[in-house]
Design a protein around this ligand. Structure first.
Ligand code: ASP
Ligand code: MG
Length: 425
């Protein structure tokens, strides 16, 4: 039997009882004959608490020191988990990201993994031990400083290790039973998806579904590493994230056109009013935003009014960056010559995702009809080959999710989704 990499999220190891439960699960996997490598997140809300602490002593904590601080969270859980496993009579050894060979670039707070050299992990499992690795962290190849991979980055540690160790599967344990057709917290009829493609998972994650760290899915797709998303609180089979061909094979009898509905309440909308309709204006606007290092999402440009030859351009961006973007645009108002700026941070985005939609006509129409029947006004629309997204008022996000979920028959007859833990922080 091969290597299994298991990743346990913060809510699964929130306290001593959780750690003991997880330790037992790991030992059970080991007893089945697998070689087990475990990646852990920080206990419960530890990472948020450490960030709060940093902000109490400094309004702008230096990135290097913040990473040093945050990685302590995962070091606590890895050591305590190793103790709990040893207490069950099995050898376990914990390793920091650096010891596990997770080599990154030097971008503190959002480092990218550039190589994984898991020599010590391989040696530990060859000797029959269970290896426990601190997630979310690595060491910079150039500066040799400790780095973190961005919030939720332990998923990426797990997949990267699974690839480097040529594991059979990467199991990601959290407090829900898998990937659902919508967030069970706002759609009680959400159904568990048995298999989903890497591409659909990427779209769902990018559109706000809090399922997996985006980069972990990109990594898994690149190296075709199957991910099994499941709950550490139950024994149920979860969701398999696999190649598109493998989803089709299994579900060809009743291939769903829409796989799920994602929503995102973290965005804001900026409208630039009265932009002169001539070449170079949009370029100048978005250059100003880009130079402020802001990542934008949807863009809508209206046709210009014939009389004035002025047009409005709206775009969405992360709420946290709203003020920076407004300032950057205000600074170029005179040179570009637009009339005014509007800022709206009470918007939300709702998306339907499904590989089947590229070959099925009428999907957008059905989605928009459902929204209209629910009295939801659409403010912006964008699409990809396997996704349709709308921006709506934040107060209507839940109605929109429920309407889309029903319109595409995604709901189950029984309540399937159980949220076992976590504070959702
Ligand atoms: N502990 C880190 C966080 O809360 C990493 C993770 O959970 O994956 O973001
Ligand atoms: Mg966490």
């Amino acid at each position: 039997m091969g290597i299994v990499v298991q990743k346990y999220g913060g809510s699964s190891v929130a306290d001593a009882a959780g750690i003991k439960r997880v330790a037992q699960r790991i030992v059970n996997t080991k007893k089945l004959g697998h070689e087990v490598v475990v990646v852990v997140s920080a206990m419960g809300d530890t990472t948020d608490e450490l960030i709060d602490l940093a902000n109490e002593v400094s309004p702008l904590p230096p990135a290097r020191e913040l990473d040093m601080l945050l990685t302590a969270g995962e070091r606590i859980s890895m050591a305590v988990l190793a103790m709990a496993i040893q207490n069950l009579g099995h050898e376990a050894r914990s390793f920091t990201g650096s010891q596990a060979g997770v080599i990154t670039d030097d971008a503190h707070g959002r480092a990218k993994i550039i190589d994984v050299t898991p020599g010590r992990i391989r040696a530990a499992i060859d000797e029959g031990a269970i290896a426990i690795v601190a997630g979310f962290q690595g060491v910079s190849q150039t500066t040799k400083d400790i780095t973190t991979l961005g919030r939720g980055g332990s998923d990426t540690t797990a997949v990267a290790l699974a690839v480097a160790l040529d594991a059979e599967v990467c199991e990601i344990y959290s407090d829900v039973d898998g990937i659902f057709t919508a967030d069970p917290r706002i759609e009680p009829r959400a159904r568990k998806v048995p298999r989903i493609s890497y591409e659909e998972t990427l779209e769902m994650a990018a559109q706000g579904a809090k399922i997996l760290h985006l980069r972990c899915v990109e990594y898994a797709r690149r190296y075709d590493m199957p991910i099994h998303v499941r709950s550490s609180f139950s024994e149920k089979e979860g969701t398999w994230v696999v190649k598109a061909e493998d989803v089709a094979q299994e579900d060809s009898m009743e291939a769903a056109i829409i796989t799920g509905v994602a929503h995102d309440r973290s965005q804001a909308k900026i409208t630039v009013v009265g932009v002169p309709d001539k070449p170079g204006e949009a370029a100048a606007l978005f250059r100003a935003v880009a130079d402020a290092q802001i990542n934008i999402d949807m863009i809508v440009q209206n046709v210009s009014a014939a009389a004035t030859s002025l047009t409005d351009i709206s775009f969405t961006l992360p709420r946290g960056e709203g003020q920076t973007a407004m300032a950057a645009l205000a600074a170029v108002q005179e040179t570009i010559g637009f009339e005014s700026l509007q800022y709206d941070d009470s918007v939300g985005k709702v998306s339907i995702v499904g590989a089947g939609m590229s070959s099925a006509p009428g999907i957008s129409a059905r989605f928009f009809e459902a929204l209209s029947d629910a009295g939801v006004n659409i403010e912006m629309i964008s699409t990809s080959e396997i996704r349709v997204s709308v921006v709506v008022s934040e107060t209507q996000v839940q109605d929109a999710v429920n309407a889309a979920h029903a319109a595409f028959d995604l709901g189950s007859d029984e309540i399937e989704a159980v949220v076992y833990g976590g504070t959702g922080r």
